[in-house]
Every structure is written in C-alpha cells, then in structure tokens.
Design a protein around this ligand. Sequence first.
Ligand code: M6R
Length: 356
Amino acid sequence: GKGSYDHYMLKEIHNQPTSLANTVEGRIEDDGVSLTELDTFDGVTDVQFVACGTSYHAALYGARLLNAAGVRARAFRASEYGTADPITDETLVVAVTQSGETADTLGALERAEAEGARTVAVTNVQGSTVSREADETLLVRAGPEIGVAATKTFSSQVAALCLLGHRIGEDVTGDLPWDDPTTFFESLRSLPENVREVLDGDRAHELADRYLGSEAFFFIGRGLGYSVAVEGALKFKEITYEHAEGFASGELKHGPLALVTPQTPVFAVFTGTDDQKTLTNAKEAQTRGAPIVAVAPEGHPAVDAADAHLPIPDTDPALAGLLANVQLQLVSYHTANLLGRSIDKPRNLAKSVTVE
Ligand code: M6R
C-alpha cells in the first residue's frame, strides 16, 4: 500500500534512496564496475539506444555518457526507429524500458535483431518480454512502480546506464565517461544520501504554490541537463495537465523565447556542462519577465541571479542531473497535488503501453 503517503508517486519518489542503493548493490568494487551478467563489449563500433517517454530521456542521458567516453552512441525514440541509421553486426542496440512490455520498444528491438545487431535490455522487470527477446539483460532493480508517472525507475535507469557506460567505455575505447573515476565512484556511493538530502529539504511545495496558475512551465538545460529538462517537462505535463516544455538551453533564442512572458516560469537545470551559457540563456528569459528557478548546487553563480533556487548536493557532473531531476519530480508532484489531479492515474494514460 501507500503507507503514510497520499500517493504512490510520492512514496516512490521517497523510495529512491533505497531503490538506488539496490541498483548499484554488488555492482561497484573499489573504482570499478562489475556487471557479470554482460559479456564483453569488445568489438562494438557503435551503440543505439531505443526507448519511449521517460525511458527515452534516460537513454539520452546514457548516450551522452558514452559519447564522453569516445563511443559513438545515439538515442532513438523507439517509434521513429524504422527510419534510423544503418545497423551492422558490430552495432549494439540497448532497449531501455521499465516495464519491458512497451510495444514501440519491442518493435524497435525486433528490427535491430532482424538486422543482426547485438541487443541488451535495460529493464526493471525480470522475465519481461524485452528480457526474453534481447540477447542479454541488465536489471535496474528499482522495485515495483505503481504510479503511472515513472520516478524511481528513471533514477535507477540513469544509475544503471552509468554502470553500463563505464563497462562499454572500458571495453570499446578504454576511456571512461568521467574525468575522475574516484570522484565518480564516491558520488555514486553517496547517491542514496544525496537524494535523501534533496527529499528532506523539499522546498518545491512553496514554489509550486507560487507559480500555480502560470500560462506555461518551461524547463531548460544542456548536455545531461537537457535530458533532465525534457524529463522534467514530461512529468509536469503528465500529472498536472498544464502546458510544459523542455528545451535545450541554447535553442531558446532560436524560437521558443517568443513564448516567454512573466507568466511562464523557467526551470534552469545546471549540471556542470557550459553552465555559464545556460545562465546567459536563462537571463534572456528573465529579461522578458519570466521568473527563473535555478536547479543548482549552493554557491553556484546561477543562484544569485535566479528568482528562486532548488538546491542539489555537490556531486560528480555525471550524477548531478539525477539529483536535479528529483527536485523536478517534487515540483510536478506538489503542483499536481495543489490542482487536485489524479496523480497516480493521470487521465488518458496507462502504465504500460502495449500498442504501437
Ligand atoms: O515501460 P517503459 O519504460 O517502456 O515505458 C515507456 C513510457 O511509456 C513511460 O516512460 C512513460 O513516458 C511514463 N509514464 C512517463 O512518466
């Protein structure tokens, strides 16, 4: 049951320190990764991620981590995969799906297998269709998720894709997605306590209240922060039914800025990739009257410039986005709650989408 929580979504948000600990349990040792369920990736030339919705946003995160390790990698929306780049037998296709039953993702996997790719499923459900169809499976181990909105499964997918990114980097290029593995592993071990710090300091309720009734809600970020911006916006629209969009920070001035008014708060995610540029982009919106909410560590230059601040603990840049996303989960939840929405079962949506 929901225990003392009003909604499964809130319970699942608060379960993240535990679910993340489960995801990494037994898979990190000293400064290395142990994923014995997966064969070596030696010989892989490129990686294609296929996924939908929130899992697609985790896949964007994963692809960018691999790029940082010098590996050619790209994330595809599974429903658009038919028109994608060619596959060779040295292509690794990674299907990311919480449920393991999403028809679009299974369709993309089928195409990949028909064309001879090696396939890995990253899923939360042991024995799901995806894990039966793919060559190999990496379980994210977030535990069952009841709320239609994906929360703890996204965090665990990101953590699992960090581990996978480490292994693929080691095997394919010999490079890692992080500049300093020691700092990365320290941050990975501190992830549960860092998430707890965000949850304990929940200030999102006050912000949700302040911006209630706005015309639209925008989310911007770059690099890993871009995946978080689009995920923040998806969660927001899914459970609040309000208009929300996520943009690459640098794209704002190429069109979306025309939408910005004092009635459109902008949540700017700072994860350490060209933050100075994102701050400039946020200020462009602020000049048009939009309130800026900086999702950033204490002491970050964005904090003084912004109208409001959602703090994240200091951590490795690879994991800052995960923590920022927890703040955005809380903003969505509190806004939906103030609006009296059907948070665990939003209108028109199903937990598992088994039609194409
Ligand atoms: O089970 P999957 O991860 O394959 O589901 C994919 C999407 O349908 C899912 O992430 C959806 O976008 C969520 N309800 C968003 O919160």
